[in-house]
Design a protein around this ligand. Structure first.
Ligand SMILES: Cc1cc2nc3c(=O)[nH]c(=O)nc-3n(C[C@H](O)[C@H](O)[C@H](O)COP(=O)(O)O)c2cc1C
Ligand code: SF4
Length: 812
């Protein structure tokens, strides 16, 4: 057949083939495509796994996302600096560039469609023959005070409901922590239960003039009220409610100055959400004076209101639910506007209803751009007003003014306050070393002689309220830097001068050794761990540079709550992160963080530490508190070690100060672990890490301060012997680029130094695990009643000074 004829017939032939074999052809094509897809997928997965190099490799790339809300406020750290490249040397990380702090986008509220503003849901009638009252005691607590009051309150209320004449009308009161419940289950409508169960809300809350979980609760209440799809009074189905606030008159003497401000806000929003079903007036108590008394008074009033309801008389005259018409919504708005203009909590700004139209048009600029691809949630509930001109920001205040009670309390405890936010204190180990009675564990592990060490902080404020913090109740707390800021050189001059002054005062103390006294007049080390959070200070990098320039080593401890600042930190001699718990729940209980997203912040800090391990010595500091963070947490801690791969893990038993602050945090001597218990914990942790193929071993101990050191044996051993000590001079030389480091990039070019570049001498024999950790050249002094017992492993659970009957243990 000629070619032209063949070509003419080709389309018809192909069509015939297609019609005859189309099913197998299609199936083969689909299978082929699936095979290719699967291959690509598996290859990608394998590639991801193999990207993670061995722990000590200096070419690991990790991506750490710094959320916009983590960017510090009122500091000199600006967005472009906030990446992991901001070191004294080059870095190999590709961080996600943080975006400027953005306005919070509107929240999506799930709820039923609003029927009509003018037709609130029918109020529940209470038939005392068949209906039951379910009281729910809600509380929120950051530092534990309200939680304790709420638990006691619920107990007394339960006894009362069981014993009162109307007992048959009451179900057992429930206690609910607002931190754990789903707001939507309770604060959009009353809980769904059997028809004859009617709810009564009792709310106990403290007040915080900073952004905390309480702000979230308040925002939720007002957003629910403002959501046009939800009835303005969706909690009208409640029998009633009442709120009690705990505040502090010492700091916030009057309501105008903020006393119980958030309790007042909650009461206001609950009035709106319930259609004014305030069963008993808002109660308020000052935790430092009359809280107990006020709470009892208020409870009696609430009980009387409950009796009225149980006996079918409702909430009394003039209150909706008793037949009197609800106050109009307009009045409601007016009242809210008034209270706004009176300067209520700035975190609780609302959208005025009259501003709604503008806001709908404005929404485009407020919605998170990432959400625009998905179906746009209908949401006009933002509480941040865009129409109201913002008031000028108040001038910053001093963190610890000289006239404040905090200043007086800290000074009494031996701190010298420098400027208005820095502090220095001579620690007991410095005194001990001056007298030849031994240095702290930092000497055994790293070679820091305590008489050459200064303990200081540039920020007395902290964003946690750890249960074991012995400065508790005296140091200020806060989530953002909002204070007058002192210059770093002034702080440096101030703390060093104060330290020397304190050393000089030791001149006449019996036992002080002349040579050590002379040596102490030249500070060699600074432990930035005294109190508060050093990286909170906006100019921390400048302060660190001054120290390094003066050849003072820096041991900086941070609480893993400020990832942006941690990412921006220049290298320090040894970087610590406090690891106070192995999981979110436990961390919340023990650190009582003020940040809502504390766990995400914590995890981000671990990732930053993982990256930092290539350029400086990184340390996990675990503080073991029996009953809080020890039992069954070994695997959890091992997970965290595996995540951050620190060079060292210091495990320390908590030190106890028998102050009322510790007691009120629920801490007693029973929470202090014995040294054997700490040692057993460390042994179990080391085994768990070994089982995971991680190269940690127990390097050293300082039984005297109940502290054990785990270290990465691939990095801190020399010829099979532990070398945990530091070559400080070499660190400064590396820092000043007088000598070259050995950290290389992917191309093999030197980009900086590694912790291995300033490893010092071998760990001395007496400091090794099993040898106790006390330098034989020093004289060991036993406190009264604590003589040396058989064997070195006696129960050294309360080393410290005895002051006024209280055991005060001093950690550094
Ligand atoms: C950072 C901070 C801010 C506070 N702000 C206020 C305030 O604005 N008004 C007030 O009355 N009390 C304020 N207080 C006092 C607390 O409300 C009070 O200590 C309360 O007992 C804390 O309760 P909690 O332990 O259950 O968290 C504040 C306390 C702190 C630590
Ligand atoms: S992080 Fe430190 S200063 Fe802050 S509360 Fe905890 S122990 Fe105290």
């Amino acid at each position: 057949m000629p070619l032209t004829e063949l070509l003419d017939q080709l389309p018809a032939e192909l069509l015939l083939i297609w019609h005859t074999h189309r099913v197998p052809i299609l199936l083969s094509a689909v299978s082929f495509a699936a095979l290719i897809h699967l291959t690509i997928y598996l290859r990608t997965k394998r590639t991801k796994i193999s990207v993670s190099p061995a722990p000590s490799s200096p070419i690991e790339k990790i991506e750490i996302k710094l959320r916009p809300e983590w960017l510090p406020e009122n500091t000199t750290l600006v967005a472009p600096e906030l990446n992991l490249d901001n070191h004294a040397e080059d870095s190999n990380v590709v961080p996600e560039a943080p975006i400027a702090k953005v306005k919070k986008g509107p929240k999506t509220v799930k709820g039923k469609r609003k029927t009509s503003k003018k037709s609130p849901a029918p109020a529940p009638s209470f038939d005392h023959k068949v209906d039951k009252i379910q009281p729910i005691v809600f509380f929120q607590s950051l530092a534990g005070t309200t939680e304790r009051y709420a638990a006691a309150f619920e107990k007394v209320l339960t006894e009362w409901t069981l014993g009162c004449d109307q007992a048959s009308s009451f179900l057992e009161p429930q206690l609910q922590d607002l931190s754990y419940i789903e707001y939507d289950d309770y604060f959009i409508t009353p809980p769904k239960t059997e028809d004859n169960i009617k709810h009564f809300y009792i709310i106990l809350i403290p007040s915080y003039n900073i952004d905390t979980v309480l702000s979230t609760f308040l925002e939720n209440l007002q957003e629910t009220h403002n959501d046009f799809r939800i009835d303005t009074s969706p909690l009208n189905g409640l029998l009633g409610y009442s709120v009690f606030g705990f505040g502090d008159k010492e700091g916030w003497p009057t309501e105008e100055e903020g006393f119980c401000s958030q309790a007042r806000e909650v009461d206001k929003w609950m009035a709106r959400l319930t259609g004014r079903k305030r069963a008993y007036p808002l109660g308020m108590g000052d935790v430092k004076s009359d809280a107990e008394e006020r709470l009892v008074e208020w409870r009696v009033g609430v009980q009387e209101a409950l009796v009225e309801i149980a006996e079918g008389r409702g909430l009394g005259e003039g209150v909706p639910g008793s037949g009197d018409p609800a106050e109009s919504d307009e009045e409601d708005i007016e009242a809210a506007e008034d209270s706004d203009s009176e300067g209520s909590n700035p975190s609780n700004n609302r959208v005025k209803k009259t501003a709604r139209v503008d806001e709908i048009e404005d929404l485009g600029s407020m919605v998170d751009p990432s959400s625009t691809s998905s179906p746009i949630p209908i949401d006009f509930t933002s509480y941040k007003s865009t129409t109201k001109p913002s008031k000028a920001a108040p001038a910053p205040k001093e963190m610890v003014p000289t006239t404040s009670p905090t200043h007086a309390a800290l000074t009494k405890q031996g701190y010298t306050i420098i400027g208005s936010h820095s502090g220095v204190k001579i620690c007991r180990w410095t005194k001990s070393a001056l007298r030849g009675r031994g240095s702290c564990y930092k000497y055994s592990f790293y070679g820091i002689a305590s008489h050459l060490c200064m303990e200081a902080t540039p920020s007395l404020s902290c964003s946690n309220k750890c249960v074991f913090c012995w400065r508790h109740g005296t140091n200020p707390v806060g989530t953002t830097w909002r204070w007058v800021t002192d210059a770093p050189d002034l702080i440096f001059d101030g703390i060093t001068a104060a330290h020397y002054k304190k050393i000089k005062m030791m001149k006449g103390v019996p036992g002080v050794r002349a040579e050590r006294f002379a040596e102490a007049m030249r500070i060699r080390h600074c432990a930035l761990s005294l109190v508060g959070e050093p990286i909170f200070y906006p100019h921390i990098n400048e302060l660190l540079s001054i120290m390094h320039k003066n050849r003072i080593s820096t041991f900086l401890v941070c609480n893993a709550q400020h990832p942006a600042q941690l990412a921006s930190l220049i290298p320090v001699t040894q970087l610590y992160v406090s690891i106070d718990a192995s999981n979110k729940d436990s961390l919340r209980k023990i650190d009582r963080p003020l940040h809502r997203d504390f766990w995400e912040r914590f995890c981000a800090c671990l990732d930053i530490l993982r990256h930092r391990r290539f350029e400086q010595r990184t340390v996990f500091r675990l503080t073991l508190v029996k009953g809080f963070n020890m039992a069954d947490e070994v695997r959890g801690y091992a997970d965290l070690v595996e995540r951050a791969l620190p060079g060292f893990v210091e495990v320390k038993g908590v030190t106890y100060c028998g102050t009322s602050a510790a007691g009120s945090a629920g801490l007693t001597m029973q929470n202090v672990p014995f040294y054997e218990e700490v040692a057993a914990f460390v042994t179990a942790l080391a085994e768990e890490l070994r089982n995971r193929g991680l190269t940690y071993g127990i390097a050293a101990e300082h039984a005297h301060s109940c502290c054990v050191l785990l270290a990465d044996s691939t990095r801190f051993q020399r010829d099979g012997k532990w070398a945990t000590r530091i070559d400080f001079e070499r660190f400064y030389d590396l820092y000043e680029r007088k000598v070259q480091g050995t950290r290389v990039d992917e191309k093999g070019e030197v980009v900086g130094w590694r912790p291995e570049d300033y490893v010092g001498m071998e760990t001395p024999e007496w400091a090794l695990w099993g040898n106790g950790g006390f330098d034989p050249r020093d004289q060991r002094v036993w406190r009264k009643g604590k003589g040396k017992k058989d064997g070195e492993k006696e129960k050294e659970k309360d080393e410290g000074e005895v002051k006024g009957g209280n055991v005060r243990l001093v950690e550094i």
